[in-house]
Each structure stands twice: as C-alpha cells, then as structure tokens.
Ligand binder design. Structure first.
Ligand code: SD4
Length: 300
C-alpha cells in the first residue's frame, strides 16, 4: 500500500533571496507538487532577479568580464544533472534538470551545455554584463586583486532543499560563482557531492560559500553521510563544517562556507564557518504556510 500523503512540506534555501525563492516553491508544494518542481521553481526566481549579483545572467563576471554559470539538481532516487561554466543561459537550473532527465549524462560544461540549452529550446541570450556588474568589474580591473575571499555578508549562491507532501526530497543549486574568478573556474555548486547531495532514505545537504573549500572535502556528501550514520541534520552540518575546516589549511576566519540539511522527517540543520550566513525556511503544516529568515549557527 502506498504511504498516504501527509499535509506537510518543507523548503529550505540559502540567504535572504531564499525568501522569494521559497514563495515560488511553496506555491508548488501547497498544491501537492513535487520537491523537484519546487526547488527548480525557487532557483528560477533568483536566476531572473538576484539583487546581490551572485546568481544568473545578471551575476558578476569572471576576471575576463564574462559571466559563467554553474547549476545542479538531484532527487532522492539518486538521479542528478549539472551544468558548469555555461554562458548565456537564462535558467541554468532548468538546463541541469534537462541533463538529468533527457541525457545519459550527469554533467555538461561550457559550449556543449549552451548548445544543449538551444537544442532544448531553453532561453539563451547574448552574454552581456548588467550595468551594475560591468561597473563592479571595471572597478576591480583597476587593481586586479585576485583574492577569492567569499563574503561573510548577506549575498551568495542560492541552494535549496525541499521535502514535498508525498515524502519526496530534492536539492538544487545555481550560481554565477565567485566574482572575478579565473575564466573556466568551476565551483562546488554543480559538483554533486560537493555543492549538493541527496542520500536516498536519509536526507540531503547543500552548500554555499567559497567553493574550493567545499570541493576539497565533498562537503554536501559528508553532511549527508553523517546523517546516514545517525546524525541529526544540525549535527551533520556542524560535523561536515568541522571537517571542511580541518582539511583546509586556510584560517577559517578568512573564508565562509554555509550548509543546510534536511531529512525525510522534515528536521533541518543550518550552520556556517563564521557569522553572517542566513537562510529561509518555508513550511506547510496543517494547511498553514510560513516563510521566515533565520541566522545560522556559526562555528568560529
Ligand atoms: C562557488 N559556492 O562558486 C559557489 C558560489 C559562491 O559567490 O559562493 N558564489 O564557489
């Protein structure tokens, strides 16, 4: 007998722009829609309108003045799709989903990913800079200080986790990556296991922050694996971040990594290396909907 639907659902998103993302996701979850549709819809909101210029075509460029985008999506049956270093694609999260659903592959990069977007008839534009991003890039060019320090303030990649009314869980992440990165640099966000991971029957985890720190330890996988071994989502985020800090030589005060986790009971975890990481939690419980911004616990 299939499990009857439960009248609850959860959406968890990084940073303040998680609030409008959650609103879009909650609309889907409220009508019994899938966690997969919810995380995609939430990511698409921020891809179109990210005031902090860290997601989508309005995002900050690399050091050559070119915006390159990374995105990934994963479901609780182990399916996943990603795109990396793709140019001109308005909704890289939807392209990642098409990689997952319509190809035998997990990851497409660069020009091949862009061509696949055209094949899928997803919107592709000329890759021009927004006026704000161009101004910031020209200012950066004056000194060309290549110090990939991710902010400890309130802006960054959007990464999402959703649990729907039918008990299905999905994760997604989409970003323009580190501002003024080297052309061709890919962060953690499109790398399954690093920026996002869903462990079937256990739960999922997602990351934001300085991708190199997460890539070296496959942060999201580590957090999900902690849950597989019995940790609650909060304990899992903190344990995974301790491992990130232990395995990276850099002083943790010089970088930020934030993590969110969600299990199949709707328990959540949120933690960051240092202060400044906030997240939006959306819930549907007994017919009532909430969407609230919280500060995550920090470890240093
Ligand atoms: C990256 N974690 O590319 C991602 C995104 C990010 O500001 O932090 N962007 O490293």
């Amino acid at each position: 007998m299939p499990t009857p639907p439960t009248p609850s659902a959860t959406i968890l998103s990084t940073w303040k722009h998680g609030l409008p993302a959650n609103d879009a996701a909650l609309a889907i979850l409220a009508r019994g829609g899938s966690a997969l549709d919810a995380v995609e819809a939430g990511a698409r909101v921020v891809e179109l309108d990210c005031p902090d210029r860290s997601v989508g075509l309005g995002g900050m460029p690399d050091r050559d003045g070119i915006v390159t985008l990374d995105a990934s999506i994963m479901t609780d049956d182990g399916r996943c799709g990603s795109v990396a270093a793709v140019e001109g694609v308005v909704h890289p999260i939807s392209l990642a989903r098409r990689v997952m659903e319509d190809t035998p592959h997990c990851l497409l990069v660069g020009e091949g990913a862009r061509q696949f977007a055209q094949f899928c008839k997803l919107e592709v534009r000329a890759n021009t800079l927004s006026p704000e991003a161009e101004q910031a890039w020209r200012k950066w060019l004056v000194e060309k200080n290549y110090a990939p320090v991710v902010n400890i303030e309130n802006h960054d990649t959007i990464s999402l986790l959703a649990l729907d009314q039918h008990g299905r869980l999905a994760a997604a992440s989409t970003t323009s990556g580190l501002s003024f990165k080297m052309h061709g640099r890919v962060g953690d966000s499109p790398i399954v296991g690093a920026g996002i991971y869903v462990e079937p029957k256990v739960g999922g985890a997602v990351c934001t922050g300085l991708g190199e720190m997460v890539l070296r330890t496959l942060g999201a996988f580590v957090a999900a694996d902690c849950m597989r071994r019995g940790a609650k989502p909060q304990e899992a985020c903190e344990e995974a971040l301790r491992i990130v800090m232990a395995k990276n030589a850099a002083d943790p005060k010089t970088y930020q990594v934030g993590m969110l986790a969600l299990d199949f009971d709707g328990n959540i975890g949120a933690a960051a290396v240092q202060t400044g990481f906030n997240y939006a939690l959306g819930r549907i419980e007994n017919g009532a909907t909430s969407n609230t911004l919280f500060d995550a616990r920090h470890l240093v």
